[in-house]
Design a protein around this ligand. Structure first.
Ligand code: NAD
Length: 485
């Protein structure tokens, strides 16, 4: 069954239900301010219904042969390929980033579907004959039950796909709670999953915000929680679900450093830094945020970043030639602007000011232009707190050692990059950075479906990360069987 366009409905036991009793939250186009639809703010009743549907679907789905489960994902992959362009356009409309960026996001999501389709191999266990005389030992990976997946607004198609395809292909059932700010395009993905043959109740969707999340993670029928969002909420979710004895992986916020050594190619640095900091208007957990020029690298780096940032075309992501779209909401624009005000008061020197940006023809868009500060230190909020907007903080360091000290002071540990021609310096950085996702001459250490994804320090609460083999481990329990005949 297909939902009417613009209506974000809950999807429970294979039925789309508008959640009539719930308050509705608006979904808007961040470039035009136009209403795109509304989403139910679901309470406990809707959550109970979704968990009951997922619990009821679990026994039969678990017994469905793994290759048969995997085939649903082969079909979903083909449908996603077929609808790739439409999904990218829809995503640009509700999120704001440009279509090249949303096309890339959909592609990264599809790669997770492809990877999850390999579940017959990914789930295999180990066997050892004669672990004692005439005794054999083996491990089998088994699904566990109903998982909750709670996701943020910045990659609303890709991030749910970091989790639910693995959970479901492994034989679990899922209740997904997408971001209430831009849930419409992933709803289309769920429709395609239904078309691919996913049985009713295996994947359920409940919309809402804080109360919905709390009802979901507290629910005794939910065995595990995958969460992505700000560190503040990630920590709460981790503690609350952990206290109830559930498996949790909670990915949080970031403050990513990029270190530029004097032997790096200045053109490559400028291009990589500008794209990392200002791509998706800075609303990426992998966005570069503090750019540290070591010694003589500072001058050319400063010039390259300033020129690149000043030349970016800001506008509606659906329009041709636009480099940078709006931020998600008026409230978020005001938050980023307040951060810029505060950083100026703290003594960071403003080189390029994106406050008060406007775009012809879009008076109601949530615009913040590219912004660049220098003289940023780890003691200032601009040097230590997540902005999640198009703001670069430039800093100087006399040596790689001093730059690594700056990194060591960060309470976040999501991503960091080094730019250099020296293999030795790159190795030293990789060895000592203490950060989870490391780029060497790469501005965005992007999530690759076949590898794990997730940070350290306050950027991640848990053990097993998203994607890759970690996802298979998170969504299964290893059972050990010892036999004598
Ligand atoms: P958010 O924390 O506000 O919301 C994330 C999810 O939690 C949403 O579904 C939201 O409805 C829900 N939520 C919000 N407040 C809650 C509360 N008090 N209790 C329970 N649930 C609550 O995050 P956001 O603004 O949607 O996304 C941006 C954040 O996500 C940034 O901090 C960014 O760095 C982070 N992020 C991290 C990664 C990563 O891989 N580490 C990836 C993407 C985004």
């Amino acid at each position: 069954m297909t939902t009417p366009r613009g209506l974000a409905a809950n999807y429970i036991a294979g039925e789309w239900s508008p959640g009539d009793a719930c308050e509705r939250l608006p979904v808007t186009d961040p470039a035009t301010g136009e209403a795109l639809g509304a989403v139910p703010d679901s309470g406990r009743t809707e959550v109970d219904r979704a968990v009951a549907a997922a619990s009821a679907a679990f026994p039969a789905w678990r017994r469905t042969p793994v290759p048969e489960r995997a085939r649903v994902f082969f079909r979903l992959k083909a449908l996603l390929d077929e609808h790739h362009d439409d999904l990218a356009v829809s995503l640009s409309r509700e999120h704001g980033k440009n279509v090249a960026e949303t096309w890339g996001e959909v592609q990264r999501g599809i790669e997770n579907v492809e990877h999850a389709a390999g579940m017959p191999t990914l789930m295999m266990g180990d066997t050892l004959e004669d672990i004692a005389r005439g005794v054999d030992c083996e491990t089998v990976r088994q699904p566990i039950g109903v998982f909750a997946v709670i996701t943020p607004y910045n990659f609303p198609v890709m991030i749910p796909l970091w989790f639910w395809p693995y959970a479901v292909a492994a034989g679990n059932t899922v209740v997904l709670k997408p971001s209430e700010q831009d849930p419409l395009t992933h709803q289309r993905v769920v429709e395609l999953a239904e078309q691919a043959g996913l049985p009713p109740g295996v994947l359920n969707v409940v919309h809402g915000r804080k109360g919905t999340v709390e009802a979901l993670i507290d629910h005794p029928g939910v065995v595990g929680v995958s969460f992505v969002g700000s560190s503040q909420v990630a920590k709460i979710v981790y503690q609350r679900a952990g206290a109830a004895g559930k498996r949790v992986q909670a990915l949080g916020g970031a403050k990513n450093h990029m270190i530029v050594l004097p032997d790096a190619d200045p053109e490559m640095v400028a291009e990589a830094v500008v794209s990392s900091v200002f791509g998706s208007a800075g609303q990426r957990c992998l966005a570069g945020s503090v750019v540290v020029g070591v010694g003589d690298a500072y001058g050319p780096m400063r010039e390259g970043v300033l020129d690149g940032a000043a030349s970016l075309k800001v506008g509606r992501g659906l329009d041709d030639g636009v480099d940078m779209g709006p931020v998600i909401s008026g409230a978020h624009r005001d938050r980023v602007t307040a951060f810029i005000d505060e950083s100026e008061r703290d003594g960071a020197r403003l080189l390029l000011d994106g406050r008060g940006a406007s775009v012809a023809g879009y008076p109601r868009g949530h615009w913040v232009g590219p912004t660049v500060f220098e003289d940023v230190t780890p003691e200032m909020p601009i040097g230590s707190e997540e902005v999640f907007g198009p703001v670069a903080g430039l800093a100087r360091a006399p040596s790689l050692e001093a730059a690594l000290d700056m990194l060591a002071k960060s309470r976040y540990g999501n991503a960091a990059s080094i730019f250099t021609n020296s293999g030795r310096a790159a190795r030293e950085f990789r060895y000592r950075a203490g950060i989870s996702m490391i780029g060497v001459n790469i501005g965005v250490a992007a999530p690759m479906a076949f590898f794990p994804f997730g940070g350290t320090r306050n950027s991640f609460y848990g053990d097993l990360k998203a994607q890759g083999r970690d996802a298979v481990s998170f969504f299964t329990d290893q059972r050990v069987v010892i036999s004598r005949w």
